[in-house]
Design a binder for this molecule. Structure first.
Ligand SMILES: Cc1cc2nc3c(=O)[nH]c(=O)nc-3n(C[C@H](O)[C@H](O)[C@H](O)COP(=O)(O)OP(=O)(O)OC[C@H]3O[C@@H](n4cnc5c(N)ncnc54)[C@H](O)[C@@H]3O)c2cc1C
Ligand SMILES: Cc1cc2nc3c(=O)[nH]c(=O)nc-3n(C[C@H](O)[C@H](O)[C@H](O)COP(=O)(O)O)c2cc1C
Length: 803
């Protein structure tokens, strides 16, 4: 094959040498616009795993790289005069120049033709090539030329960064955070050879502009950064690599993805590789890793499906298709992790730097990509993590056990409660831990009366170890129900039925019990999910009139059109909520939540998708919130002062023009001002048009943002399904409580089981159940040991990125 690589960065060079090595008969040329042994940039980092991969493919290159490597384990944070360090993170760094020199020399040794100082205009310049690798970097001309086929998505991010170097040698991956009169700056620093460290400075656009850096020359910018980080630089200078665009000026990161990675231009097959087809933010330092692994995968595909010189056009097309299919998922996974890490650095000045204490800030930073969990951190640096667990426990009001002799103390010795098992106090109430059984409609009431079913259902979950158990959405009037089988609290008989359940929970468990009050609004008068046409479908008989902010059906054509509330209706319904609140207090509930989410009545007022009113209750967010806040305040006024109230909101409608997470912060501010103690951060279900992005802990970023921007405690909920998730969320300060719904359907004692799984034995079981405790713990330990022996370690340690 005649192969041309346009661009001699890591992707083009490595692919060229691997293919040449695989079959020396290939005619391979790399065309690079820069001079030989000349490059931009400072050092790059990648992982032990990438090295291992490279070793399998070309030992000679891997050996050379390994000799030039700098390896380091620690991450060090400097913020607000504090220095915090943790170990076990395992990075390798190398100068970009050194890396390219090694690849260039190896190319030459194998017989790859290297053409330097030659700017390529287009892939059409090589009509004789069978295969053209467009490894021409982030601004790829080839990608732009064929944009209609490659369909690139290029997102320019708001932060500014400058890629500098320094002779000060750092012995850890170091992060500096410095506050100025206009906002926060951060520096990401790592040593990459015996004399130099990479020093990337980053800040939000508005901070950058406020300092006049948009008008500054490269030298002025360097002088600014030197002054800003002078204490840390200890007299060393910062350097630019000003001959090339990168490293010489402030840039915005561009996240690139492409729908299609290859095409046939009429003469040659053209395929994108490296930064030309995907970029990953430097917050996770993986752009070079991705470029090298692309090269490996394409070589592998040729080895498996066409490793001969006269490979046919159809074979090449198949190979390129396989290459994209194989790489796409891995690349997306890494890009997602990099995206989370990038967003963390973009938001940290607004959200974390001032708000979190340095200890928690460090934890939040280490887990920024959501790839590194609590147990991963334990594997990396047990001592540091245990110190942090003690810190969190102390912040929750727990002292170290004073009695070092009792059985509980001996079990707990050396192992303070993990974050999810620390207590939480709000107003006059203390929860024994941070686990909440999320409200879940059971559609099992008759005429709004909770019965034996509810006693057994909620009673079992109260015995199961969670700190707080929510009863399902309960309605203040018959026409507020979702289905005829939803429970209510509009009469004294219902109050007394609830009291029986609350009394059981209080007498037989140390869990607390919460009530969620809600009005179904436009989503009422429907079937139980398992009846007739299923959930959200109108009843066949016995329908009742629906209410909403505006006369808009939830699902036009399929659900009934509601009536828009008049002011008199608003007062009636508000008074129903107040009466139900009084009854909830009389029934002895510990906690009350107002349901303002999921497209139900109060949510329908808040979302612009469902509220089209032209009066004081429609239009601006403040207007749309007016009546929900009025209802909340009226309830708060009669709910006992020492008991907490939360509000569940849909923090994202997942529909263009709907509520966004930034609106959710404003909503939280408003409820906080009205006296709410916590915001329960759900999302969606407001419109059937929604396009939620599901995934592990997918709504937790909303809880995080609201907690740390609006300054109110939050409950995270949604796909939180193991102890490791809860521990990371609580420890990082992303939420104060975690609600777990579906896992509690299958297993009422989910909390007790999760405690056993993470080896936390100092948890109380209900006295009659205790003989099951040690058996469960033993069985789980035995299972883990067996898994370990089979080579499937329960917790893995992703390496080679900071997060
Ligand atoms: C601030 C910063 C920090 C980074 N830190 C890291 C890190 O720690 N770890 C990491 O792995 N990655 C890091 N990266 C990313 C890394 O630099 C890239 O992801 C990686 O170099 C991609 O390799 P590539 O071969 O695809 O592209 P490049 O390295 O960009 O190579 C493309 C080559 O093509 C040449 N070229 C372009 N157009 C033409 C043309 N028309 N004709 C001829 N030649 C052309 C260019 O001169 C260049 O040499 C960082 C990037 C930045 C900006
Ligand atoms: C069967 C079922 C019923 C639910 N009923 C309610 C409800 O009454 N009120 C409410 O706010 N959320 C309700 N939800 C949503 C859950 O509280 C929770 O937010 C959601 O299931 C995501 O959490 P999970 O991933 O842990 O299941 C319900 C969920 C399920 C599965």
């Amino acid at each position: 094959m005649n192969i041309v690589c346009i661009g001699g960065g890591p992707a083009g060079l490595y692919f060229a040498l691997l293919m040449k090595q695989q079959n020396p008969a290939h005619d391979i040329t790399v065309v690079e616009r820069n001079r030989p042994y000349d490059t931009f940039g400072w050092g790059v980092v990648f992982s032990d795993q990438t090295m291992e991969h490279m070793r399998q493919w070309d030992k000679a290159t891997a050996d050379e790289i390994e000799q030039a490597f700098n390896h380091w384990d620690d991450i060090e944070l400097h913020i607000k005069g504090r220095v915090i360090r943790s170990g076990g993170h395992g990075f390798v760094g190398i100068g970009r120049k050194k890396l390219l020199n090694i690849l260039q020399a190896r190319c030459e040794a194998l017989g790859v033709k290297l053409v330097f100082e030659s700017e390529v205009d287009s892939d059409a310049d090589f009509p004789d090539a069978d295969l053209i690798i467009a490894s021409d970097g982030i601004n790829s001309r080839v990608r732009t030329r064929h944009a209609e086929v490659f369909r690139p998505d290029i997102v320019t991010r708001p932060n500014r960064y400058i890629w500098l170097g320094t002779k000060r040698l750092y012995d850890a991956f170091t992060f500096l955070f410095e506050k100025t009169e206009h906002g926060w700056f951060q520096a990401h620093i790592y040593k990459f050879d015996e004399t130099t460290s990479t020093f990337i400075v980053e800040c939000p656009e508005h901070v950058w502009k406020a300092h006049g850096l948009d008008q500054a020359t490269a030298d002025e910018s360097v002088a600014f950064c030197e002054k800003l980080f002078a204490d840390n630089l200890r007299g060393e200078r910062l350097m630019t690599n000003a001959r090339h665009l990168r490293g010489s000026a402030w840039l915005n990161f561009q996240r690139i993805t492409c729908e299609q990675w290859s095409l046939f231009n009429g003469r040659s097959h053209v395929v994108l590789m490296g930064d030309a087809v995907h970029t990953a933010h430097f917050a996770i330092g993986s752009g070079t890793k991705l470029a090298l692994e692309d090269a490996i995968e394409l070589t592998k595909q040729f080895r498996d499906h066409g490793n001969h010189i006269d490979v046919g056009a159809e074979e090449i097309a198949d190979v390129l298709k396989n290459y994209q299919a194989e790489r796409r998922v891995d690349v997306l996974r890494l890009q997602n992790a990099a995206w989370n890490a990038m967003e963390w650095f973009e938001a940290c000045g607004e959200r974390y730097c001032d708000q979190l204490e340095p200890e928690q800030f460090m934890y939040s930073m280490l887990t920024r990509s959501q790839r590194i969990s609590h147990e991963n951190l334990r594997l990396r640096d047990k001592q540091w993590l245990e110190g942090y667990e003690r810190w969190i426990a102390a912040r929750s009001g727990l002292a170290e056990p004073a009695d070092h002799h009792g059985p509980a103390a001996s079990a707990a010795r050396g192992r303070v409660p993990p974050p999810m098992f620390t207590p939480y106090t709000v107003r006059g109430l203390t929860l024994k831990n941070r686990v909440v059984v999320s409200p879940m409609a059971q559609y099992s009431a008759v005429d709004g009366m909770p019965g034996d079913y509810h006693l057994v259902h909620l009673g079992a979950r109260a015995l199961g170890g969670a700190g707080l158990v929510f009863a399902e959405m309960t309605c203040p009037s018959p026409d507020a129900r979702i289905t005829p089988s939803c429970p209510g609290l509009w009469n004294d008989a219902q109050r007394d039925a609830w009291r029986r359940i609350v009394d059981f929970v209080h007498q037989h468990s140390d869990a607390k019990i919460a009530l969620q009050l809600g009005h179904a609004g436009p989503k009422g008068s429907t079937n139980e999910p398992w009846v007739g046409d299923g959930a959200d479908r109108p009843l066949a008989h016995g329908n009742w009139p629906l209410w909403s902010a505006s006369a808009l059906a939830y699902e036009p054509g399929a659900t009934d059109v509601p009536r828009a509330l008049t002011r008199a209706d608003m007062e009636r319904i508000r008074d129903d909520f107040v009466a139900a609140t009084r009854r909830a207090a009389e029934a002895g509930f510990d906690w009350l939540e107002l349901h303002c989410a999921h497209g139900y009545l109060l949510s329908a007022f808040i979302s612009p998708l469902t509220n089209r009113r032209a009066d004081d209750y429609g239009g601006s967010l403040a207007n749309r919130l007016r009546w929900p806040l009025e209802v909340f305040q009226a309830m708060r006024a009669v709910w006992p002062h020492d008991k907490p109230m939360s509000v569940r909101i849909s923090a994202h409608d997942w529909v263009e023009g709907g509520i966004t997470p930034s609106d959710a912060v404003q909503i939280a501010h408003a409820f906080k001002a009205a006296g709410a103690d916590l915001i329960d951060c759900s999302s969606g279900q407001v419109s059937p048009e929604q396009k939620p992005v599901y995934g592990r802990m997918f709504q937790t970023p909303f809880a995080d943002r609201i907690r740390n921007e609006a300054g109110i405690a939050t409950i995270a909920v949604g796909a939180i399904s193991e102890a490791d998730h809860l521990n990371s969320i609580i420890a990082a300060g992303r939420a104060d409580l975690c609600a777990v719904a579906r896992p509690h359907l299958a297993n009422p004692a989910w909390t007790l089981q999760e405690a056993a799984k993470i080896g936390y034995t100092a948890i109380d079981w209900p006295a009659p159940y205790r003989s099951g405790k040690s058996q469960m713990e033993t069985l789980i330990q035995r299972e883990r040991a067996a898994l370990g022996a089979a080579g499937a370690a329960p917790a893995t340690k992703p390496r080679g990125d900071g997060a």
